[in-house]
Design a protein around this ligand. Sequence first.
Ligand SMILES: Cc1cc2nc3c(=O)[nH]c(=O)nc-3n(C[C@H](O)[C@H](O)[C@H](O)COP(=O)(O)OP(=O)(O)OC[C@H]3O[C@@H](n4cnc5c(N)ncnc54)[C@H](O)[C@@H]3O)c2cc1C
Length: 552
Amino acid sequence: MPEQNIRIPVLIAGGGPVGLVVALELGVRGVECMVLNDKPDTAAHPKANAIGARTMEHLRRLAIAAPLRKMGLADDHPTDVAYFTRLTGYELARLPMPSRRDALAEAESGAGAWASPEPPHRCSQIFLEQQLKRRADDLPTIDLRFGWQLTAVKESGDSVSATAEEIATGRTVTIEADYLVGADGGNSIVRKSLGIELEGESGVVRPFMGGEMFAAYFRARPDPSWLSVNASWQYWIVNPDIRALLIHVDQTDRFLLHTTIAKGGDPAAMDTAAIMGLMASANVELELLSEVPWTAGYSLVAQSYGTDRIFLAGDSSHLFTPTGGLGMNTGVDDAANLGWKLAALCQGWGGAKLAGSFGAERRPIGLRNINFARGFANSVGTVPVTEEAERDSAAGRAERATLGERLRAHARSEFIIPGIMLGVRYAGSPIVAEDDGFGGPPPDEPNSYIPNSSPGARAPHFWFSPGSALYDRLGPEFTLLRLGGSVIDTSSIEEAAALRGVPLTILDVKPDRARDLYGVDLALIRPDQHIAWRGNRAPDNALALVDLVRGA
Ligand SMILES: Cc1cc2nc3c(=O)[nH]c(=O)nc-3n(C[C@H](O)[C@H](O)[C@H](O)COP(=O)(O)OP(=O)(O)OC[C@H]3O[C@@H](n4cnc5c(N)ncnc54)[C@H](O)[C@@H]3O)c2cc1C
């Protein structure tokens, strides 16, 4: 029998990166929530290692970006992605990418591909989860219950009732919540309780990044006897014996390795030292931290992202093959989209359509990103290679040149993806005021991002002064940017927002280049930094606009 009955506005199942970001979005707004996570602590085995620019922008808003930047590789370590026959063999291709220090300098100066105050950060999910949990611990309205498992869920009319069990003691509680977020990963009990299936492709087998995979996390002092190629962040190994990926995880000696388990192979029989020996053609002294089998070849998206009370976010609603580093990053963007909406509903200014707008906006993005990731996996996972590639012969040089050309093109397409990360646009959203007066949006290209103020797009970034970005000056909820000078009368929008209780900040922006960037005098920016509406004067019916963007 349950011992206790708890009442909470928002219950979050899952304390992985996505559940914790939803909790933080609520916590920074003073909304009460509870996080249940079956494991006693954050993940100890690294999965994601590529934290995208958009995720870092959200983390900047949540005051985590700066401490997280200190984690991972050393300041001056190159973040190159490079391809080799072996770790002591031939280099086939290299995509040079800036160290953390240079990436931040590029972002400050506006150089480089990332029109963002926060360039991508090459850092493990284990460090990210630690930072998220630390920040959540500091926020008084977040009740973190690690070591607690959600065991049952029932939606009834105007609330959700759930049962949870404390794993160490077997103690159970019932929880009544206004809203439930299923951020409980790929095997989501929340998704299953709603009878929602994942749709798409699974079971795809490729020589690499398709089928059963093996990951090992270990410490090994970098030493030319086994790592004689130039320093990189990712070392991809392509030879007839093995396909594998070695990722440098921290400033010293932590590495993560991924390789394929042969068809019918036993994951328990995988031997990390032997695999490293094959990758390096040398003996590698290592201290094993963890070994985990996992499956690649998924491109799955949930049929629906939930109901008006129960929401699916992160891996519970989409499962990626991790090429492009899109799984967690897509999940964190889900969380940022959902967090302010739940807060608005709990605080009473969110309208009835706000809940449904989450799935309407995010499911198309899940499908979009899954397709990009699948394309990358098909490209890199099927590169043909023969024994010639390792020979010092004319045929060997020719094969390496061909391989190099293909891998160089592939690397550019997989790792320089500002279009995917920054070009998310909520086209056709029920809470975005579409227009046709200022030219349409640019094409959705994975490898290039064109800043634009189309309704539903991410608000283009600009610096006010070194270190001070537009995003740092936006209000906590909606912000009306006045780019054409403060002479424009926006009082009708301000009055409408006040009437409906929608928190609105007015921000006058002087620099002319900001007006040029946006192409309009006024832009209404949502709490998640997407554009809700734009124009050159206040709309005739400001109350209708405010009602639209708050989902009434
Ligand atoms: C090898 C690999 C490499 C990857 N690389 C990248 C990358 O570079 N970039 C990227 O963006 N993504 C990457 N990903 C994907 C990324 O790791 C996931 O998308 C991410 O972990 C999803 O976060 P989540 O919070 O949705 O789910 P999870 O991280 O799975 O967290 C869910 C949490 O819920 C808990 N839980 C489950 N059931 C219950 C329950 N009933 N009650 C309470 N708690 C429960 C789980 O224990 C877990 O802590 C990679 C994945 C893999 C496998």
